[in-house]
Design a binder for this molecule. Structure first.
Ligand SMILES: [Zn+2]
Length: 264
């Protein structure tokens, strides 16, 4: 089997990836073993689900459940998803034993889901270093385009797009570093969801963190569930905007933001 290299895009802590790779070497992809916390055969996902339900928390596709994830759980989830993914391939009548291209597909897909494309469900929010607004800036700031990837929660098809963020800080607002806008956007987007909810969620988070006078978000994206399947409309895009505070009340500010963000 190929070497299990940690993906550079993976957001899981390095320590975890290393031990996951070690375990993967001992794991035959064809008969992946589910690692469980207890040896009584209870799947790890059931154990995590029980922790969530005990706190009466929600665990929809676009919810972050990092507070219920313990060290080592992500590797266990990769193994569990790989077993079930193998079942999907078998049900699709794909001969994963003699077809070398699909021999390790279940393991690859499991790692992609847990460590990459849906990683925003399992890891904690990136820390946002806040700076005091010493110069009392209260001018419009625009960040973007931030390249984002997500997936629709209806078909798990990719959503590839760009996000622009407009912030009108108050003289008292905290400021966060520019790169943090990308990191928090990626964290929100790396979950299965629908675009309309994703932009609202991002706006809520930024309002809470920065307490600005206004926040504006525009996202435009290609939805593969309209291009790869369904209507197969290659050119269909979806554009969403959320305007909060000053951006909602002040048409001039809104116009300035929309004119300055470069949508080429
Ligand atoms: Zn879809």
């Amino acid at each position: 089997m190929p070497a299990q290299k940690p993906s550079p895009k993976s957001k899981a802590p390095l320590k975890e990836i290393k031990s996951s790779a070690k375990k993967a070497i001992a794991t035959k992809a064809a008969g992946v073993r589910v690692s469980t916390k207890a040896d009584d055969g209870v799947p790890l996902s059931t154990i995590i689900r029980r922790r969530i339900q005990a706190k009466k928390a929600r665990f929809h596709a676009n919810d972050n459940i990092s507070q219920f994830i313990e060290p080592g759980d992500l590797e266990g989830l990769v193994d569990e998803v790989a077993v079930k993914m193998q079942g999907v391939l078998e049900s699709l009548v794909i001969d994963t034993e003699s077809d070398h291209n699909t021999r390790n597909t279940s393991q690859r897909v499991a790692k992609m889901f847990v460590n990459e494309v849906f990683n925003g469900r399992y890891v904690e929010q990136p820390t946002l270093t806040k700076f005091p607004n010493v110069s009392h800036l209260n001018e419009l700031m625009i960040i973007g385009p931030i390249t984002v990837r997500s997936a629709c929660s209806h078909h798990l098809c990719p959503i590839m797009g760009r996000v622009w963020i407009g912030v009108l800080p108050s003289k008292e607002s905290a400021l966060i570093g520019l790169s943090k806008y990308s990191r928090i956007t990626e964290w929100v987007m790396c979950r299965p969801q629908i675009q309309e909810e994703a932009v609202v969620h991002l706006a809520d988070m930024l309002e809470k963190k920065i307490r600005p006078v206004g926040v504006a978000i525009v996202m435009d994206a290609d939805h593969f569930c309209m291009q790869w399947r369904g209507v197969k409309d290659r050119d269909s895009k979806m554009v969403n905007s959320v305007m909060r505070g000053a951006f909602l009340k002040d048409a001039n500010l809104r116009r300035e933001f929309l004119a300055l963000m470069d949508r080429r």
